[in-house]
Design a protein around this ligand. Sequence first.
Ligand code: NAD
Length: 255
Amino acid sequence: MNTTGRDRQFDHAVARAVVLLARARRVVVTTGAGMSKESGIPTFRDAQTGLWAKYDPETLATREGFRRNPSLVWNWYAGRRAIIEQARPHEGHVALARIEPRFESFHLFTQNIDGLHVAAGSKNVIELHGSILRTKCFDAGHPSREPLREAKTPPRCSCGSFLRPDVVWFGEMLNPDHLDLAADTIEACDVLLVVGTSGLVYPAAGFAEAAVRAGVPVIEINPEPTPLSRLADVMILSGARTALMEMEQRLSPGA
Ligand code: NAD
């Protein structure tokens, strides 16, 4: 498609999304790694820059991997945290924060562990996969105030176990309260907005399916079609920054 065709398609898709959002009272948003890509944080599956293209997930993001080599895992996450600490929310994060107050109910379920939605000012953020900005006890799971900084070996919890990053690893359960809240709010909402997720990782795929079962329209924002696109009523083929800025502008009073 030529540039003008793409522009027209973008314009049309944003217009349809704005119609759905303008009449919505209850909105659920779910975001994945693509949301933060334009803040300079690589996604998992991006072939060129994706984190797992360079590192083995079994080694770095499982309990077994941590048990085998706690220092490697701790320091790899310390490095990721250092990248994330330099990152700033982009205008798309800010646009989501700005539209939140216009709705009676607004829930933002993010798979990202980078804290950028909160940094942008979003209030009702549920961090499904935890946060790299926090640490917790490896054995008991209780939270710790110890920051995730490079060290020869991970610091110890007061109970003697190692501390670990407070993120959900492969093979670990998500907080069941978060999943219940997602199920309830999706069933009762007027629009589900899915931004920057490949739709391959549970639970994002399940969210869109639940919305479709409940008759809730789904808007997807992603520069590439995904397995979720077939479920979307509106597919905005674009990066999160441009699409969300444009949506927020058109939703603003006087636009
Ligand atoms: P993913 O890597 O599987 O997929 C990323 C998706 O983002 C792809 O569909 C890609 O087409 C899309 N994308 C790329 N650029 C984009 C842009 N500019 N705007 C919008 N979308 C864009 O990521 P996932 O589906 O979120 O699942 C993988 C897991 O990775 C998640 O559980 C998440 O916790 C974790 N993760 C988080 C971060 C972070 O916190 N920023 C970073 C990497 C991975």
